[in-house]
Design a protein around this ligand. Structure first.
Ligand code: SF4
Length: 358
């Protein structure tokens, strides 16, 4: 019996990618538009083979600490931390170095390779704020439990990137968020070019780059495919794929429902086709969107995971996340190659951060 046109197309694309070829925006769009429930497992099986060929069975795991929460001047329509939206989140000033080190040790205890320090503000320039941030970075970096990563907004001055690198920052996260063709509809206070310039400066300073985006914000299938291909062009070291977790009070949260679990699995698989050699991390929105199908993300091509809580919402327990990795017969990648430690409860990180809230 001959394969249906879309099954033949999946097979053809898999062979091309395994052979080192690329998937175009048109082709990724076709996968997103035409793969239905009947073909989803075929797509996932192909994505899984691509992951195993190019990335292997090691899973990168990291944690984040919301190091400064809320009151951000920007208007990103999906974000609970913008001062422009009433979302009722906890707001607090930059945490102190002891809090950051406590979080880093906890992240290491939960099997994470890195802790990302995240701050809700437009970005950093040279001045007292940068001095305080470099103290945090140096404290986590010198502690050495995990790599110190950060997501600190826009950078327009090479000196800022140089200072962060000098303080010991390993990887800088700055997401593209959504396709270039849609960015202006999601954020009006800064532009796509501000984001790509930030990534350029981070790279020039010698730091690793983590950059991905959010799907489920009303973008078309083509715009989803464009985002994946734009990320391929950017060539970051790690690609976080977030699913919109609609937060009441934000424009995107008020306008959308969470994506379905099967649609989310299809997105992960298509990103794997487009980005065969990159670590793809399923990050924000995982529990809300994938629900009980979360473990299948690895079979759809994901190769990285975020353990512990998100910025303003809770996550799955680290014990459960590590059990999934073991049950899937995947291996945890650790910063020093040591065997994974016994996980500790997620609650204590929240306790650590609450002490520093202003
Ligand atoms: S810049 Fe960052 S913290 Fe500020 S509103 Fe946008 S996503 Fe949220």
């Amino acid at each position: 019996m001959s394969l249906s046109p879309i099954r033949s197309f999946i097979t053809e694309l898999e062979a091309r990618v395994l052979d080192g070829g690329e998937v175009s925006v048109d082709e990724a769009t076709r996968l997103l538009e035409e793969v239905g429930r009947d073909e989803l497992l075929d797509l996932m099986a192909s994505a899984d083979r691509i992951r195993r060929r190019f990335v292997g069975d090691e899973v990168h795991v990291c944690s984040i600490l919301n190091a400064k929460s809320g009151r951000c001047s920007e208007d990103c329509g999906f974000c609970a931390q913008s001062a422009r939206f009433k979302t009722g989140i906890d707001e607090y000033a930059l945490v102190d170095p002891e809090t950051a080190v406590t979080a880093a040790r906890e992240a290491a205890g939960n099997g994470a390779e890195a802790l990302g320090l995240v701050a809700a503000w437009r970005g950093l320039s040279v001045g007292p704020e940068l001095d305080r941030v470099t103290e945090l970075v140096a404290a986590v970096s010198e502690d050495g439990s995990v790599h110190c990563d950060a997501s600190l907004g826009l950078i327009s001055d090479p000196e800022v990137a140089r200072r962060l690198k000098q303080a010991g920052l390993h990887t800088y996260n700055h997401n593209l968020e959504t396709a270039r063709s849609r960015f202006g509809e999601v954020c009006g206070t800064h532009g796509w070019e501000d984001r790509t310039r930030t990534i350029e400066l981070v790279r020039e300073a010698g730091m690793h780059v983590c950059s991905g985006g959010i799907v489920g914000m009303g973008e078309t299938a083509r715009q989803r495919a464009e985002l994946a291909c734009e990320l391929r062009e950017l060539d970051p070291d790690l690609v976080p794929l977030n699913f919109l977790n609609p937060v009441d009070g934000t424009p995107e949260g008020e306008a959308r429902e969470p994506m379905s679990p099967t649609e989310a699995l299809k997105c992960i698989a298509v990103f794997r086709f487009v980005l065969p050699k990159h670590h793809i991390m399923v990050a924000g929105g995982r529990e809300v969107v994938l629900k009980s199908l979360s473990p299948l993300m690895y079979l759809a091509g994901a190769s990285a995971n975020m353990v512990g809580n998100y910025l303003t919402t809770g996550g799955a327990s680290p014990e459960d996340d590590l059990a999934v990795i073991a049950d899937m017969e995947l291996a945890l990648r650790t910063a020093d190659g040591a065997p994974p430690p016994t996980p500790r409860p997620a609650a204590s990180m929240a306790e650590a951060t609450s002490e520093a809230r202003s």
